[in-house]
Design a protein around this ligand. Structure first.
Ligand SMILES: [Fe+2]
Length: 314
């Protein structure tokens, strides 16, 4: 019972057709639906629900909302009570407010980002089906990402004015949404400031990450691949398509993920990553990265600061 996984992200893009080409040809997603407002709905080949990414025409890049799927419809009522009791306003959007999707519980997490929970979305099946399925389909384009895996939000951190929306989010996700902390970065006097946090619901090292910044935004949305070789091939696909790569294939210390970062045509940062890292469990000791090793946690090989990675986001 409760939250299963990330269900979709709704992203703002400035050129829908350029975005469609990117998410279809580079990432390898498929457009499953379009609506009269010009929104595109896409899914990855190993996802069974109708969409995991919504691309919304806008004059600025960024995140509209992130939605997580819960197991039972009644979970939505239970979460509504808990979130309201925590002091956060919610509203319940009726079924069909978002096409092919059941009712959605909408609220803003302490960092200001809009989050939604839902229980139902039209199931269209994976590309290989579920009867005697092949291990992979023949018609995959580009990097052939398997599923939307997680997202990383930039949250305001300003110790001078006592603002730490990373710690505030960790408390809210723990107390209200039953997430668990897998990894954290502690900085400042006596390591008193929680500056980075990774949280999970099931068995993956993270389903959401919180990173620090001067104002709220989205750092990246991330898609899963099977292997380090697939990450290398994804970077090849980006080079072939003249996609701007942010960070060439490397490894994270945090989560142990193998990764490449790049940008969609509107400047939203994408990640394709591999490696299930480790078995995340509620009783697993939390990994802590100290201030002198925090960049090692992010870029394990160099361990060196890379300012554009933290300064650039949408
Ligand atoms: Fe990531």
């Amino acid at each position: 019972m409760g939250i299963l996984r990330i269900g979709h992200v709704s992203m703002r893009v400035m050129d829908t057709e350029a975005a469609r080409k990117h998410y279809e040809n580079v990432l390898g997603m498929k457009t499953t639906m379009e609506d009269k407002h010009g929104n595109l709905y896409l899914k990855c080949w190993d996802e069974w629900d109708k969409f995991s990414v919504i691309l919304t025409p806008a004059d600025q890049a960024g995140l509209n909302h992130v939605a997580y799927k819960v197991e039972q419809d009644a979970d939505l009522d239970a979460f509504q009570k808990r979130i309201e009791a925590y002091g956060i306003h919610t509203d319940m959007l009726p079924e069909g407010n978002l096409p092919a999707t059941g009712r959605m519980l909408r609220f803003h997490i302490p960092s200001g980002h809009e989050m939604r929970l839902y229980a139902q979305k039209e199931c269209v099946g994976t590309e290989v089906g579920s009867v005697n399925p092949d291990p992979w389909p023949d018609n995959v384009k580009g990097a052939g990402v398997k599923w939307l895996d997680h997202l990383a939000l930039v949250c305001e951190l300003n110790p001078q004015s006592n603002v730490n929306h990373i710690a505030d989010n960790v408390k809210f996700f723990t107390d209200c949404l039953d997430f668990h902390l897998s990894e954290q970065g502690l900085v400042g006097p006596n390591a008193s400031i929680q500056a980075v946090a990774f949280m999970f619901r099931a068995t993956k090292p993270h389903d959401i990450a919180f990173l620090p910044g001067p104002k709220a935004g989205v750092h990246h949305i991330s898609f899963f691949l099977d292997s380090w070789h697939d990450v290398l091939k994804a970077a090849d696909v980006m080079a072939k398509n003249k996609v701007k790569i942010d960070l060439a294939p490397t490894r994270h210390g945090i989560t142990r993920g193998e990764t490449v970062y790049f940008f969609d045509p509107s400047g939203n940062r994408n990640e394709t990553f591999a490696g299930l890292g480790y078995l995340a469990q509620p009783d697993r000791p939390i990994n802590t990265w100290t201030e002198d090793s925090l960049w090692r946690g992010i870029l394990f090989h160099s361990g060196e600061p890379y300012a554009a990675f933290t300064d650039v986001y949408t």
